[in-house]
Design a protein around this ligand. Sequence first.
Ligand SMILES: Cc1cc2nc3c(=O)[nH]c(=O)nc-3n(C[C@H](O)[C@H](O)[C@H](O)COP(=O)(O)O)c2cc1C
Length: 160
Amino acid sequence: MDTRDYRRAIGSFPTGVTVVTAYDTDHQPWGLTANSFTSVSLEPPVVSVCIAKSGRVFPTLSMSGHFAVNILSAAQRDLALHFASNVENRFTDTEWTAGHTAPHLPGAAAHLDCIVHDRVDAGDHEILLGRVQHYAHRSVPPLVYCRGTFFAAPQTEALT
Ligand SMILES: Cc1cc2nc3c(=O)[nH]c(=O)nc-3n(C[C@H](O)[C@H](O)[C@H](O)COP(=O)(O)O)c2cc1C
């Protein structure tokens, strides 16, 4: 398979954009940009995100019992790039709050605080399943990603 062409094929699928965060054993914040986020189950509330095993954040996410999913707003495009960059400590020049059990990025469209439900080995990634314990959301346009480009989703009210 031509890997670059394959990436173009799967990149045709539009997604939202998240920053997944956790604390390491020294309570230092870690986080990375991830668009592999999916809501898996409503009863119980379980979400998934796929984390590259080769990444610097993987050791923290593979050991922590908790993580948070920050669903980015359209205004947070620069944060999406920052948390995908090679910056040594992504939280140094970033506004963040402690959250319930993992760091939160203020201004996000939604926050989900999760306890690890399960981990599934999947090739060069691990599927991290989290049971949502707390959540919050705001009526701001979410950030969308497709074919390597960021877009703003239209302003809509949350579904009732
Ligand atoms: C829009 C976007 C979505 C991404 N989605 C994921 C993802 O779902 N899982 C993943 O492991 N990396 C994903 N990445 C790549 C990581 O954010 C990037 O490789 C980051 O540098 C990894 O950080 P680390 O090496 O500190 O772990 C994505 C990058 C971008 C720009």
